[in-house]
Design a protein around this ligand. Structure first.
Ligand code: ISJ
Ligand code: GLN
Length: 774
């Protein structure tokens, strides 16, 4: 038989806009020797357009996805596949939505599960035949709301079941067609927690597919350039948009390092003018473990500032006081910034620290929404910068483990500034200059705030609860597996006025100082890039990427949060989080989503380093997983790949999956309809991209932000009082908060969880709310 003549086996994978597709592609690569996976969307071609190309493929895999196999707009060509004429016939393997489509097209009834299964592991019963031959015990992860029931005279044969007992009874978990080469499973063989039914079942499918091809004398045609043009290259793709000819590294980092363990981060910031609220300032602060390095930008009037608004075709750079618009031309904002950084690469900095200089700032949630090609909400035309960054040339880095301070500059011949700055910092050390992590909790205090108490406008509880109920409806219908529902809380308070009088609120810097003592967080930050100010105390790293060679990308999603309190020991938290099916299911869904996001860029080398570990922070316990990915060794000698890998991952994986739910695109669309307003900076990321190639971005949660021009002193639900009367004296801060909603969520408990998360930033305003409020 010539079908294995050494030529790679081409497999067509049909994606239904799912967030697990690349995981399936990876499983196929690992289970089928010498295969190439080509991925298309289910609505990219009509059946008649794609049919002529089936001859190149050895098999088709139909991936999972949101929605119903009975809604043609959700399954595209998939529904037509099962009916193709014998001359085009080829082996097909369906997963989840793929199984449901196979069932429905051959007369099965599509039903909703009484108790939906999202991120749940079930024992899969089978009879060791066909695709389960020799497979043994299978525990499969399920992400479905719908299921099929076969007619008595069906042409399909059941191969496996789960026993859901009183919940759903017996549910079909695998099918085959009795005469055509079609197989399918309802569970997810590609999930990280599926045990036994993954590569074993795919290998068996492949074996059966080859046998079928042998007896039917079907031989795929050799791949051609024309096929590649139409279908596209195979996955994994080494990043293609990085030019092979790149400018040489021209910058050199000059560094002066000295030990100063007792020097407070806040003292250094004050030395560099943070108290002048009219200027720009950036601080990325590690106030608790696992955060380690603190980065302070020493900005001046000529530091380049870069802003971008979603939907615009230009970016604005301000050096000095004159903003200059630059057209993006053929670039999108991501590749424009990659090109910007390509010309500013530098070497020679200290290898012990992750930052030598580079871009610092934030990227909004809506920037990620734009990257997903989901249209922005219509009412947000005016908006505020969705990307607000500075290019930091002079900086101070503090290592909280060694107590070393690094003063560094990218500017040529800047020795005078470096030595002067080092001397100023050394002089600033006062004997009692203890940082917050060295204070006992009794010593922690917060400054008296304003004479007028701030007004806190909570989301309306009834509509929050009804939103959670609508989210659950979507989950029951199979539109999404998990939805992270959020809402903004607004804090209106007296404006900080520099030439102050006695009614002035504290400055945003004082607010940040209070926040870092009240809620010391590993990924804290103070980003004052007018018109936006972000005061952050995030527990969640979105993505870090190490400086090459051999860049490792790490993501640390949190799903599962428990309020700390008397009696809530680590053991109690572990039981309530890692020992709780609902919490683990929520976390698993995001782990699988992040594996997919990473596989999409780096290829096969993605590992879950930690699954559902319990981590402690000041106010809550969190369930955290750690996922890492890196390029294959073969890619390491491709110039420039390492230094842009992290940026590529970032550009292709925003918004953070932990803030959307899965599948990401459909979940974002649903959330845009459910939530009342844009999320803006909340749910975006803040951090840096270093000129040496590394970067670190955290999720904007447990944080507050304000825009200089935004004060709505008369929200509909706030009574007009003397405190809300005059916009000129007021400033408005926003704290977003929310949580992942699954089919198991209790709306009241979700409201409480939102309030707990809100509280971690609200406390800095001297305000509290109880869950019972409103
Ligand atoms: C939505 C928030 O947090 C997200 C949701 C979490 C959860 O559901 O447990 C945990 C961390 C974040 O990914 C928030 O803090 O506002
Ligand atoms: N993971 C999937 O493919 C889900 C299929 C379908 N949307 C369901 O919820 O049942």
């Amino acid at each position: 038989m010539a079908i294995d003549s050494g030529m790679p086996h081409r497999i067509l994978l049909i994606d239904s806009y799912d967030s697990f597709t690349y995981n399936l592609a990876c499983l196929c690569r690992q289970s089928i020797t010498n295969c190439r996976i080509h991925i298309i969307k289910n609505d990219q071609f009509s059946l008649s357009e794609i049919l002529p190309y089936f001859g190149y493929f050895a098999a088709v895999i139909v991936g999972p996805g949101p929605g119903s196999p009975e809604r043609p707009e959700e399954v595209g060509i998939i529904k037509d596949l099962w009916k193709i004429a014998n001359e085009h016939l080829l082996p097909i393997f369906g997963v989840c939505l793929g199984l449901q489509s196979l069932g429905v097209e051959f007369g099965a009834k599509l039903k909703r599960l009484d108790v939906v299964k999202h991120g749940q592991v079930s024992h899969i019963y089978h009879e060791e035949i066909d695709i389960f031959k020799g497979v043994g015990e299978v525990n499969g992860v399920r992400y479905h709301s719908l299921h099929v029931e076969l007619a008595a005279d069906s042409e399909l044969q059941q191969l496996a079941w789960s026993d859901d007992g009183e919940e759903n009874g017996l549910v079909v978990m695998a099918l085959k067609h009795t005469s055509k080469p079609f197989w399918a499973v309802q569970y997810h063989p590609e999930s990280v927690c599926t045990d036994g039914g993954g590569s074993e079942v795919i290998s068996n499918f492949w074996h059966l597919a080859r046998n079928w091809a042998g007896t039917h004398e079907r031989r795929p045609r050799p791949w051609t350039a024309m096929a590649q043009d139409i279908i596209g290259p195979s996955w994994p793709q080494v990043l293609t948009n990085i030019p092979s000819k790149v400018p040489p590294v021209i910058g050199t980092v000059t560094t002066h390092v000295f030990a100063s363990p007792n020097l407070a981060t806040t003292t250094i910031c004050e030395l560099f003018g943070v108290s002048n609220e009219s200027t720009a300032f950036v601080l990325l602060d590690s106030v608790a473990q696992p955060g380690r390095f603190t980065i302070i930008g020493a900005l001046n009037h000529s530091t380049p500032k870069i802003t971008y608004f979603t939907g615009e075709s230009f970016v604005t750079i301000t050096e000095g006081s004159i903003p200059i618009r630059q057209s993006l031309r053929s670039h999108d904002i991501w590749s424009w910034l990659a090109a910007f950084m390509r010309g500013r690469k530098a070497q020679g900095g200290s290898s012990e620290i992750p930052f030598w200089g580079g871009l610092v700032g934030y990227l909004s949630y809506e920037l990620g929404v734009q990257s997903l090609s989901v249209p922005r909400r219509t009412e947000e035309v005016k908006g505020h910068p969705d990307m607000n960054l500075v290019f930091v040339e002079r900086s101070i880095v503090r290592d909280s483990v060694t107590g070393n301070i690094y003063v560094q500059s990218l500017i040529p011949n800047d020795d005078a500034w470096i030595s002067d700055t080092a001397a100023r910092i050394k002089d600033a050390v006062r004997p009692l200059d203890l940082d917050v992590d060295q204070l006992t909790s009794r010593q922690k205090c917060c400054k008296a705030l304003t004479s007028n108490a701030p007004i806190v406008v909570l989301p309306d509880k009834a509509s929050y609860i009804s939103r959670i109920k609508s989210a659950k409806e979507h989950l029951f219908a199979g539109d999404s597996y998990e939805l992270c529902v959020t809402a903004p809380t607004r804090i209106i308070r007296d404006k900080f006025l520099t030439k102050s009088n006695d009614i002035s609120a504290s400055s945003s810097w004082e607010l940040y100082k209070t926040l870092r003592t009240k809620n010391p967080a590993p990924y804290s930050g103070y980003i004052r890039l007018h018109p936006s100010t972000l005061v952050a105390s995030s527990p969640e790293r979105f993505l870090s990427y190490s400086r090459g060679p051999g860049t490792v990308c790490q993501l640390r999603p949190i799903k599962g949060t428990l309020r700390k309190g008397p009696g809530v020991t680590r053991a109690v938290a572990e039981q309530a989080l890692a020992g709780n099916r609902k919490e683990v299911a929520e976390n698993l869904m995001i782990v699988d989503l992040i594996r997919h996001d990473l596989h999409g860029v780096v290829g096969e080398d993605v590992e879950v380093r930690k699954f559902c570990g319990v981590e402690e922070s000041e106010t809550v316990w969190s369930l955290v997983s750690v996922i890492e990915g890196k390029l294959p060794l073969s890619a390491l000698n491709i110039p420039n790949l390492d230094s842009e890998l992290g940026w590529e991952v970032l550009s292709r994986s925003l918004p953070p999956g932990s803030m959307t739910g899965a599948p990401k695109k459909r979940s974002v669309e649903i959330l845009q309809n459910l939530e009342d307003s844009s999320r803006n900076i909340y749910s975006g990321v803040f951090g840096y991209w270093c000129v040496g190639g590394g970067g670190d971005w955290s999720v904007v949660i447990r944080s507050c932000f304000k825009y200089d021009d935004q004060v709505d002193t008369q929200p509909d639900d706030v009574p007009r009082t003397s405190a809300t009367a005059n916009a000129a004296d007021k400033e408005e801060w926003v704290i977003g908060a929310g949580g992942a909603i699954t089919a198991l969520s209790d709306p009241e408990a979700e409201w409480d969880e939102m309030i707990v998360k809100l509280q971690s930033a609200l406390g800095a305003f001297g305000a509290t709310v109880s869950p019972e409020t409103r």
